[in-house]
Each structure stands twice: as C-alpha cells, then as structure tokens.
Design a protein around this ligand. Structure first.
Ligand SMILES: NC(=O)c1ccc[n+]([C@@H]2O[C@H](COP(=O)([O-])OP(=O)(O)OC[C@H]3O[C@@H](n4cnc5c(N)ncnc54)[C@H](OP(=O)(O)O)[C@@H]3O)[C@@H](O)[C@H]2O)c1
Length: 298
C-alpha cells in the first residue's frame, strides 16, 4: 500500500479518496474549502494545508478539480502541486479539462523529474460508489504503471488511448452523449405523457426497451428525484469543450449544439443548481406538463 496526494475533494474526488482509504492506501488530501474535507479526515485521510504539501506527501498525486482555471490554480505558485513534486512522482490529472491543459504543465513537471498523465473518468458519483468508474488514459505508459494501483482502487477499467490530449478528447466525445441522451429521453417521456400515458408508466416502458442505455437507466429516474450529481454548468462546460474541439477539427456536432441551448434555457429558468437531467423540466414546461420532483439542489 502506498501514500498518495489528492487535490480536489468535491463530489467525485471525495468519493475517490474514500475508495482509496477503503483499499488501505494512505491519502494526504487538499481541498480549497477545508470544511468539505472533514468527512474524509474522520475516515483517516491526512489533511494537507496546500496542494504543494499533498504533492510532496507520496510517490503519486491525483487531481480532480472543476476546469482549466481550477487546475491552473492548484498546479502553479509557491503552494502549488508542481512546487511539491519530488523526483519520480507520477501525477494523474483526472479532471475534465481542455485537451491541452495538462500537456501545458508537462515541461514544468518534467523539470522536477516527475511525470504527468491524463486520466479523465467516465461515470458519475453513482458509478463511482458502485466501483464501476472507468478511466481513459493518455500519456507515458511507464507513469501509468506507477499509478495503476491507485486508479484500480477507484475504478476497475483503464483504457489507454494514446497521447495526453487523446484521453481528454475521448472523454469529451463520450460525455456529449450524456446530455444528448437525456434530451431524447425527455422528449420521449413528454410525448408519451401528453398522449395520456402516466409518466411513471412511460418511464417503465422506456426502461424495458432497447433505448435503456446505462446512462438512461441511472439518470432517467432523476425526473422523479432530481439528484445534484452533475450540475447544469458542469455539463455545459463539457459540451462547450466538445463544440470547441469539433470546430477546431472540422467535425459538426449538431445534437451537441442543440442540447447546449436547452441547458442555457435551464439556467435562464433558474434551474442551474440541479443536475443537467433538469433539461426535462424545460421541455415539460414548454409542453404544459408538470416539472420533475426536486428536493435537493447542490
Ligand atoms: N460529477 C460527475 O458526475 C462527474 C463525472 C465525471 C467527471 N467529472 C469531472 O470531474 C471534475 C470534478 O467534478 P465534481 O463533480 O467532483 O465537481 P465538484 O464537486 O464541484 O468539485 C470540484 C472541485 O474542484 C475544486 N475547485 C474548483 N475551483 C477551484 C479553484 N479555483 N481552486 C482550487 N480548487 C478548485 C473544488 O473546491 P471547493 O470544494 O473549494 O469548491 C472541488 O474540490 C470535473 O472536471 C468534472 O467535469 C464529474
């Protein structure tokens, strides 16, 4: 069992740390808002006052923060991760950031004789808790081998797809499906309900049909109990990364562009604190149907 530094103890990062602790690893964790780390400290995590201290604590460091801006904030500066890296340390950057963001850190990481790979994840807090999170990895295979025991403690599937940028591009390509599928599911439920089929019955029929993908199976029921797992702004971040990448590479993404507008409408209606499944409410409202049940915004 090893010691790993962990930066970013949010919805995903916190649950990852719990799994690392349960697997017997020592975790030295940092979060910008310390109070959110307390439940992990109670479970045995050692708290680091700065990202630098987390990075310096072990032979590996894992990061799981919001976006490019957050990654920059925890990576640089006298208290940043890079300043704490020891020779031989391997860093897995797991956040969903733009394809070039982690690559841009590489020269500084290598100056410290350390290595960085990208390891974005496909899944949700539900998938993570169920031990089914999958990693899409890009970059130095030798660094991946050093990080593999930690990643496997979090999730069972690691797919190495090539260079650092490839993993993030693959993750963004996968993620655009989430919102597109949720919008299609919402259209199906609203159409069925407007013809007189009760909402519960329509969802039951969809769940027994060929369109019941794993995503639809776990997120579809959110229209009865809106959980705060992947907020509208967070989903919009990923869709925008996809649209930017599509434009740069000459790939039209028409359904991605459409669902992005629906999520902007959700924010305009004051629903931005909910899971992006709340796109259902935008469509239901425009169809004269009742909104989802919502008990728990972020
Ligand atoms: N939620 C999902 O279903 C899911 C699934 C797959 C991938 N992801 C990706 O995983 C990453 C994290 O998602 P999450 O759901 O865990 O989000 P989250 O709960 O909002 O956590 C975000 C983390 O980033 C930190 N952070 C944000 N801005 C920062 C800054 N400027 N400086 C330092 N720390 C900062 C937050 O610190 P504070 O606590 O202080 O705010 C928190 O630790 C995102 O890139 C997301 O796209 C999420």
């Amino acid at each position: 069992m090893g010691t790993v530094g962990f930066v970013g103890l949010g919805d995903m990062g916190g649950r990852m740390v719990r799994r690392l602790l349960e697997a017997g690893h020592t975790v030295v964790g940092y979060n910008r808002t310390r109070a959110k780390a307390q439940w992990l400290i109670d479970k045995g995590m050692r708290y680091a006052d700065t990202p630098r201290m987390a990075a310096a604590a072990g032979d590996a460091v894992l990061t799981m923060v919001t976006d490019d801006h957050a990654l920059e904030a925890v990576a640089h500066g006298p208290d940043g991760i890079i300043a704490g890296l020891r020779p031989g340390t391997a860093w897995a950057e797991m956040s969903t950031v733009s394809p070039g963001a982690a690559r841009a850190l590489t020269p500084e990481v290598e100056k410290r004789n350390a290595a960085i790979i990208t390891a974005p994840v496909s899944g949700s807090p539900i998938t993570l808790d169920a031990g089914q999170l999958s990693f899409i990895v890009g970059g130095d295979p030798a660094a991946l081998e050093r990080l593999r025991p930690y990643l496997l403690a979090i999730g069972p599937t690691i797919t190495h797809v090539g260079e650092m940028e490839h993993a993030v591009a693959m993750k963004i390509a996968i993620n655009l499906n989430l919102a597109v599928q949720m919008l299609a599911f919402s259209e199906a439920v609203c159409l069925a309900e407007k013809t007189g089929i009760p909402r519960e019955k329509a969802v039951e029929a969809i769940m027994k049909s060929v369109v019941a993908s794993p995503m639809v199976k776990y997120r579809g029921p959110f229209i009865f109990d809106m959980k705060p797992f992947f907020s509208v702004p967070m989903a919009q971040k990923d869709l925008q990364l996809a649209l930017d990448l599509g434009r740069a590479r000459g790939v039209p993404l028409p359904s991605t562009a459409v669902v992005q507008q629906w999520l902007t409408a959700a924010r305009g209606l004051g629903l931005g604190d909910y899971d992006f499944a709340v796109v259902f409410d935008v469509l239901a409202g425009m169809s004269g149907l009742a909104p989802s049940k919502k008990s728990n915004a972020r």
